[in-house]
Design a protein around this ligand. Structure first.
Ligand SMILES: *Cc1c(COP(=O)(O)O)cnc(C)c1O
Length: 402
């Protein structure tokens, strides 16, 4: 078979167009990386020292620098947030039942199962998407030992209301603060509330060390215990004081963290400008509700840009998700499904949809839009246009006709 030159050209141009389409795909996030050449001196020092892990010099430096940056006193670095959550529960010897939110990433509840703890799901607040403090009390039983809320999308929980319930029933509070890097309220860092807070430095988070995490604790004694637990429970050369785990962060990740920290303010500022543009773009678009941010109450980190696609919008959330995908815009439906709907959780009595009406509705309507430093403003405009196009809003249609 002979192939004509014309055909080859056609195929070549189709491949080129395909490449172009692929290049133009926009994903919900893209990790920030500092310039590679700035990482080399850090790596040189690791190669010279030959200290690769076990609380080396970069590990120590990142702990103190982060504590200063975040405005907290005690911080323990971890290999990731999931091991951090598991260790936090061990550190406080949590047992029995823990009240938590179904509206989160699975790791929140998985950390409970890994400790043989029964999760008890409580519904979320319709405005903040965080655990609803007014519904906690009804879920407390004699077996309840702690509350594990999540600062969802980096928006602070009602920390004072949660603490009041915890104090009344003598419960511990462990915050999954995986989204809440750098968020502060009137009291300072949001990470100071509760007994412990766990951060994630995973690639998809606001501040990343490729993989990584940390536990923020309130006393040097607790920090020491956590540091032992993450190192097999070894307290000194000869003493193993607890059945610990290996949760240590390596020197490479710690060094990267130090470099990333130099760019974090810039990263958050970029996110902020995208957040602002989305909010302007969706103002008055019927059926699209942006997540409310109370800027007087706290300083956000713009970790995500979630919108609710309501019944008044032209098409359903899933139809909008597919439509955006067809245009190369890959949003994420998180958190959907709810944690309580996964097979290992849906057998629990608290997982019934009648117990979680708000979470069920939010999970049906939620869509997280792309937001990350380096996301082009033209891409943001494209996403806004695509979403406005599908709205029934007569004002929008009239404006477009003009
Ligand atoms: C990312 C995330 C985790 C897990 O963090 P890793 O560092 O990947 O283990 C836990 N909880 C929430 C809410 C998260 O978003």
């Amino acid at each position: 078979m002979r192939i004509e030159l014309g055909e080859v050209e056609t195929v070549a141009s189709e491949i080129n167009q395909m490449k172009l389409r692929m290049m133009k795909n926009i994903y919900v996030t893209q990790p920030f990386l500092p310039p590679l050449e700035e990482m080399i001196p850090f790596m040189k020092r690791i190669w010279e020292n030959r200290v690769l892990t076990n609380c080396g010099p970069f590990h120590q430096e990142l702990e103190s620098t982060l504590a200063r940056y975040l405005g907290v006193t005690h911080i323990s670095l971890f290999a990731n947030a999931t091991i951090g959550l598991i260790t936090a529960l061990q550190a406080l010897r949590i047992k029995g039942e823990v009240i938590t939110t179904p509206y989160s990433f699975v790791a929140t509840s998985h950390s409970l199962l890994w400790n043989g703890i029964k999760p008890v799901f409580v519904d979320i607040d319709p405005d903040t998407f965080n655990l609803d403090p007014s519904k906690i009390e009804a879920a407390i039983t004699p077996d309840t030992s702690a509350i594990m809320p999540v600062h969802c999308y980096g928006h602070p929980c009602d920390v004072h209301a949660i603490q009041r319930v915890a104090d009344r029933y003598n419960l511990r509070v462990i915050y999954d603060a995986a989204h809440a890097f750098g968020v502060s309220d009137q009291d300072g860092s949001i990470l100071q509330h509760g007994d412990l807070s766990i951060l994630s430095f995973h690639a998809t988070k606001v501040f990343n060390t490729f993989e990584g995490g940390a536990i923020v604790s309130g006393s040097s004694g607790l920090k020491r215990h956590i540091d032992d637990l993450k190192n097999f429970g070894i307290a000194d050369e000869v003493a193993v004081v607890a059945p610990g785990i290996n949760g240590k962060m390596s020197e490479f990740n710690a060094a990267l963290g130090l470099l990333q920290l130099e760019y974090i303010d810039e990263v958050i500022a970029c996110r902020k400008s995208i957040d602002q543009r989305y909010r302007e773009g969706f103002a008055g678009v019927k059926g699209i509700r942006c997540h409310h941010v109370d800027k007087d109450a706290y300083t956000p980190n713009y970790a995500y840009f979630p919108v609710l696609v309501g019944p008044e919008y032209g098409i359903s959330r899933d139809e909008l998700y597919m439509k955006l995908k067809e245009h190369g815009v890959y949003c994420r439906r998180y958190f959907y499904p709810l944690i309580s709907d996964y097979p290992m959780y849906r057998i629990l009595p608290s997982s019934s949809h009648s117990n979680l009406p708000v979470a069920v509705e939010v999970a049906q309507q939620i869509l997280c839009l792309p937001i990350y430093p380096g996301l082009d403003m033209s891409a943001v405009e494209k996403i806004i246009d695509l979403i406005r196009e599908c709205s029934w809003q007569p004002g929008v249609l009239a404006a477009e006709a003009r």
